[in-house]
Design a protein around this ligand. Structure first.
Ligand SMILES: C[S@@+](CC[C@H](N)C(=O)[O-])C[C@H]1O[C@@H](n2cnc3c(N)ncnc32)[C@H](O)[C@@H]1O
Length: 217
């Protein structure tokens, strides 16, 4: 059943999903998660260049830009419609570059980013191992890749914190969403990492997002 759901689940978010998601991404629950992710990312690296894979409307890049305007921020997304939204949202911000590109063929040279991140995108990738190996390739040796995504087995304690912060209604919507989307479990994410060039990872929760902490070299 899970493999069937994964097969029919769209990889890139097409129009009008891009318009809907763009609106959703400006709501409080999303903004709070971009804020948390940005602070977390900057605790690993706050200079040089960053790549966001599956950047969607580029809200995370905008949050990062507010905090570290000197950092070079690059976002790629496989959906042309989403790239349009990301370019609209980041228009006029010189340190942000948006490009169309798939995780499994990242349009950049080897060893060129100080940090690579991705939020709530990996469960869409049709070739996650190839995608993570591409992340490994473009990352500088010694650099971190931080992959945040939702999981099907979010602990009750995390959901309870979410209910307290965002209310029962939004938390229940999220919980229902995790049945309809074929999210990975914590274990299946970790098993996947073992098949990649990273080989292993550390993990943690950041709000509702499960985070895989990957290091090159
Ligand atoms: C749920 S959205 C998340 C967007 C953004 N990271 C955020 O947190 O708001 C998932 C995004 O990943 C993109 N995506 C899915 N598969 C991809 C792939 N293989 N390579 C690049 N982008 C991908 C989709 O087009 C979509 O924009």
């Amino acid at each position: 059943m899970l493999s069937f759901l994964k097969r029919i689940h769209p990889e890139s978010i097409p129009w009008p999903g891009s318009v809907f998601y763009n609106a959703l991404s400006s709501t409080v629950i999303f903004q709070r998660h971009y804020e948390m992710a940005a602070d977390d990312i900057l605790s690993y690296c706050k200079q040089g260049s960053l790549l966001d894979v599956g950047t969607g409307p580029a809200r995370l890049l905008l949050k990062l830009h507010q905090k570290v305007p000197q950092m070079k921020l690059v976002g790629i997304d496989s959906s042309p419609a989403m790239v349009v939204k990301a370019k609209e949202n980041t228009a006029g911000v010189e340190s942000i570059e948006i490009k169309e590109g798939n995780a499994d063929k990242i349009p950049f040279d080897d060893n060129c980013f100080d940090i690579v991140v991705s939020t709530v995108s990996m469960h869409h990738w049709k070739h996650p191992v190839a995608g993570l190996n591409e992340v490994y390739r473009v990352l500088k040796t010694g650099g971190f890749a931080l992959v945040y995504d939702l999981v099907s087995d979010t602990p009750q304690s995390i959901l309870a914190d979410c209910r307290r912060e965002f209310g029962k209604f939004k938390t229940t919507l999220f919980w229902l969403h995790s049945f309809e989307e074929p999210f990975y479990s914590q274990k299946s994410f970790q098993a996947l990492i073992q098949s990649t060039l990273f080989g292993n990872c550390q993990t943690k929760f950041l709000g509702l997002m499960y985070c895989l902490i990957l290091k090159k070299g």
